[in-house]
Design a protein around this ligand. Structure first.
Ligand SMILES: Cc1cc2nc3c(=O)[nH]c(=O)nc-3n(C[C@H](O)[C@H](O)[C@H](O)COP(=O)(O)OP(=O)(O)OC[C@H]3O[C@@H](n4cnc5c(N)ncnc54)[C@H](O)[C@@H]3O)c2cc1C
Length: 458
């Protein structure tokens, strides 16, 4: 049995964006910190990510002459999710965005104004893309630990908190207790855990083997497991971001070719196919069957010159047709029959779409004119599309705006903090904007670091 003396003031479990931010911030407040990571190096999914940070009222926006407000950002975020999330968390996410982005800049992360993009369905320029992507963010955060009172231990997976007299005051690793004043859980999501996907993210799990996760292999939901064991509540069911895939290859394709049109089981289009990926998957899963078919003609197959990924090159398409993965038919009626879609509806859809292409105006879904390409030249093709690639998960530990983990009675569990993808409440059915997850991890990571250090000091 280890001594009851405190080994550290703050222990941070997990060293991605949230954990690194918590560790460095806690150390800045004078805490002696232990950061433990299951992987052989820190960084987590943060280091693998695109490195987009969603924020309003930033200096990067101002340099471009963009007028924006945190109030608009908050309103958009709440409205796009029909207010089915925790406003107090969303308010912090919005209000602390600019100062946190500046903090990252002060650590050496570059956000260039030319890389600012329209993240989110409201089209505001709030997507701040880090130069060097997520790896640059992780590297800057890791660099910020040097010279501070932070011990980093890797290759160590923690599955148990030390919980005594109703409060958390350490971790248990291989039977040894390491004592601390406070603990921050920052273990990321559960995209890699089939059990947690089954329990908490049925929209992903229902795709079976088609569902795959693109982040850190250590995203096993350990934070949820540990938190629950000490009475923490989980919040948000079926939350996360799913990206579209044909299921033919395990390649990440954030965007499919613009010339595809998507038909649901009824043989109808249901969305501008170029809609922001964050909204697209949420709308697709509401269609009958939760899937759709991407339809194109032989001209599109032959001319697929600059596909967004190798899946859509002419050679690969021919290969998928030969393997029977893409359905090929000499007429639209035959295509409908093979897909089990009502032929008359499918024909009407394509006829209307072709007329819109000729007129240069998508009169029903308003896809940009440059993306309109008719479905005219037989043979015709159909590739299945599933929202089955798990990018991140959004069900997790319930926290308050101070990053304190709450129990079933909404009371903070003394000594326990959490931040990042291991938490819930921040995300509704729709991912409001690319960049909100990293912003969430770093903003609440810093909050957790400050508050854990203060708790430990008190
Ligand atoms: C390919 C990809 C691109 C993305 N692009 C973007 C983007 O551009 N913008 C955006 O906002 N979001 C993006 N996301 C999502 C975003 O990257 C994550 O939600 C966010 O980085 C999560 O940060 P985190 O600190 O909570 O978790 P992570 O960065 O995953 O860190 C968790 C850490 O905890 C460690 N760990 C796990 N379990 C244990 C354990 N039991 N004991 C000890 N350590 C443990 C892991 O090894 C890992 O280092 C992307 C995700 C992916 C996969």
């Amino acid at each position: 049995m280890a001594s009851m003396q405190r080994d550290y003031d703050v222990i941070v479990i997990g060293g991605g964006g949230a954990g690194l931010s918590a560790a460095t911030t806690a150390a800045d407040r004078g805490a002696r910190v232990l950061l433990v990571d299951a992987a052989d190096k820190v960084g987590g999914s943060t280091a693998l990510s695109g490195g987009v940070f969603w924020a309003a009222e930033t200096s990067v926006q101002r340099a471009l002459g963009v007028t924006d407000s945190v109030a608009d950002q908050f309103r958009y975020y709440m409205n796009v999710n029909q207010h089915k999330l925790e406003p107090a968390l969303v308010q912090r996410l919005c209000a602390d965005g600019a100062s946190t982005l500046e903090w990252l800049q002060s650590l050496g992360v570059e956000f260039r104004s030319e890389d600012l993009y329209r993240a989110g369905a409201d089209g505001m320029l709030r997507g701040h893309r880090a130069y060097g992507h997520g790896a640059a963010i992780a590297e800057a955060l890791e660099g910020s630990l040097s010279g501070k009172s932070v011990d980093v231990v890797t290759n160590t997976r923690i599955r148990q908190l030390y919980f005594e007299k109703g409060s958390v005051s350490g971790i248990i690793s291989d039977g040894t207790t390491v004592h601390s004043g406070a603990v921050v859980i920052a273990t990321g999501g559960f995209g890699k855990s089939p059990q947690f996907l089954n329990e908490l993210y049925p929209d992903a799990a229902k795709h079976g083997d088609l569902a795959w996760y693109i982040g850190s292999p250590h995203a096993q939901g350990d934070g949820l497991f540990m938190g629950r064991a000490v009475g923490a509540e989980l919040v948000g069911h079926n939350r996360g971001l799913l990206l579209l895939t044909t299921g033919f290859v395990r390649e990440l394709e954030p965007y499919l070719p613009p010339w595809l049109i998507y038909l649901n089981e009824s043989g109808r289009r249901f969305i501008d196919e170029r809609t922001e990926y964050s909204v697209l998957a949420a709308v697709l899963k509401e269609q009958p069957g939760g899937t759709c078919q991407a339809i194109f003609d032989d001209a599109a197959r032959r001319n697929s010159k600059s596909p967004p990924s190798s899946t859509w090159s002419t050679e690969r398409l021919d290969e998928f047709v030969a393997r029977g993965l893409i359905i090929k038919a000499e007429s639209l009626v035959e295509l409908a029959a093979r897909l089990g879609m009502p032929a008359a509806t499918l024909v009407t859809t394509i006829t209307n779409y072709n007329a819109d292409c000729a007129a240069g105006h998508d009169s029903r879904f308003f896809k940009a004119p440059e993306c309109l390409q008719p479905v005219l030249t037989p043979p015709f093709y159909a590739a299945p599309i599933y929202p089955a690639v798990v990018c991140w998960t959004g069900t997790g530990l319930r926290i308050d705006r101070e990053a304190r983990v709450l129990n079933a009675a909404d009371q903070p569990i003394p000594g326990l903090y959490a931040a990042g993808e291991t938490t819930g409440g921040m995300f509704g059915e729709c991912y409001a904007a690319g960049g909100a997850s990293i912003a969430n991890a770093i903003i609440f990571g810093r909050t957790a670091g400050v508050n854990a250090a203060e708790w430990a000091a008190a």
